[in-house]
Design a protein around this ligand. Structure first.
Ligand code: GMT
Length: 377
């Protein structure tokens, strides 16, 4: 198949999934074209069958907001026409699904073949941005005019159906991880000693430090854990709450125990060193960061009522608690980290369960099958 993929190229789960999906499809022999304003951040090596088409926006004094949506629509039409694409797969509804619709209108007007449009909903495009009154109608329209619609969890599919009154099928295709890269720390290969001494427990958190991630809860939990045992915390990523987090860490006297690594493109080099992952998010359609941690053999503490319930096996490879219940989260962390046998059992379940349910092969098979159903090829 000839497939166009559009995503946000910056750090974030939707861009990671789009990139790794494209790479795997290209390695299966499909022709894959990435169309975006920059090279996606994990698209860092040349690969046969994989091309990138950059979208340029022109600055002009009249344009307070450069019209990226129009530039992307034109580029999508151009690439579809020149490469005879079968499918354009839009990751994140806003504005990508709308751009694909516009591009197809242009192709129809010039009598060209239309690729089928598939939109994958990732979460914040629906829960935060799409339900904003200024985007609501256009998001609902673009969802309804896509030929195929997928969501990364049942939780998100249900929410989309409810918020937007969508009655058509939303195919649930979960996120996945590259099982050749995300590996548990078998044989102590990771450089754990860079971060912690033998007697210290190592906790980790990865996010974009937006309020929805509740990074301050991470620090609250860690403070309680480190009062009970020697421990360190690794924070990966950055965003609006980084300053607040740094301030809180200083105020609570934790500066020497917290390691800020900022954004990292290869988290799999660090995660296997840790013992426990914290993701106490307010909202999480899926929680790819949690899955990547599980795959590296880390039990995860997450929140109930979010998509994390589809990722974490409560009591087997992690724990789920009500949002904001940092006492319960810290209590579970302390109990688990104090019991070496139980911790090893959870670590091994984390690596096993994630491999069984969310391996790249299994999930990319599901996307490929869905492409065939929608494009009839
Ligand atoms: O978490 C974010 O705010 C970024 C966002 C994105 O577009 O990358 O993440 C969303 O999509 C990920 C990939 O499908 C999911 O794993 C995240 O759970 C989801 N984030 C939220 O729902 C808050």
């Amino acid at each position: 198949m000839k497939i166009g993929i559009t995503c946000y190229p910056v750090v974030g789960g939707s861009g990671i999934i789009a990139t790794e999906l494209g790479q795997e499809l290209a390695s299966r022999g499909h022709e894959v074209h990435f169309i975006s304003y920059a090279l996606p951040f994990r698209l860092d090596k040349y690969q046969t069958n994989l091309m990138f088409h950059g979208v340029e926006t022109t600055a002009y004094p009249l344009f307070k907001y450069p019209p990226y949506t129009l530039a992307l629509s034109s580029k999508l039409a151009d690439v579809s026409r020149n490469y005879n694409l079968d499918i354009v797969h839009m990751h994140y509804a806003i504005p990508h699904a709308t751009c694909a619709y516009l591009a197809n209108q242009m192709l129809a007007a010039s009598g060209d073949r239309l690729p089928r449009i598939i939109t994958t909903l990732h979460g914040t495009d629906i829960t935060l941005v799409g339900s904003d009154p200024s985007y609501f109608d256009i998001t609902r329209f673009s969802i309804n005019t896509s030929d195929g619609l997928t969501a990364v969890s049942q939780h998100l599919a249900d929410e989309t159906a409810e918020v937007f009154g969508v009655t058509r099928e939303i195919r649930v295709i979960h996120n996945f991880f590259d099982d050749s890269r995300f590996l548990p720390n078998i044989g102590g290969e990771c450089s754990r000693c860079e971060f912690a001494t033998e007697d210290e427990m190592l906790l980790a958190h990865v996010s974009n430090f937006r309020p929805v991630k509740r990074t301050l809860d991470v620090i609250e939990i860690f403070e309680k854990v480190s009062a009970a045992m020697p421990a360190k915390l690794i924070l990966i990523g950055e965003g609006p709450d980084t300053v607040l987090a740094r301030r809180m860490i200083k105020k609570r006297g934790l500066t020497e125990r917290v390691i800020f690594l900022g954004n990292q493109s290869r988290v799999e080099a660090v995660l296997p060193c840790a013992d426990l992952f914290l993701l106490p998010s307010q909202e999480e359609s899926f929680g790819l960061a949690a899955l990547e941690a599980l795959a590296c053999g880390l039990p995860v503490i997450g929140t109930q009522g979010t998509g994390l319930v589809e990722v974490i096996d409560d009591g087997i490879d992690g724990f789920l608690f009500p949002i904001g219940d940092t006492n319960a989260m810290a209590g579970a962390a302390i109990e688990l980290l104090s019991d070496r046998q139980k911790l090893l059992k959870f670590k091994s379940a984390a690596a096993d369960v994630s491999r069984k349910r969310f391996s790249q092969k299994k999930i990319v098979d599901e996307y490929e099958q869905y492409y065939r159903e929608i494009a009839h090829v």
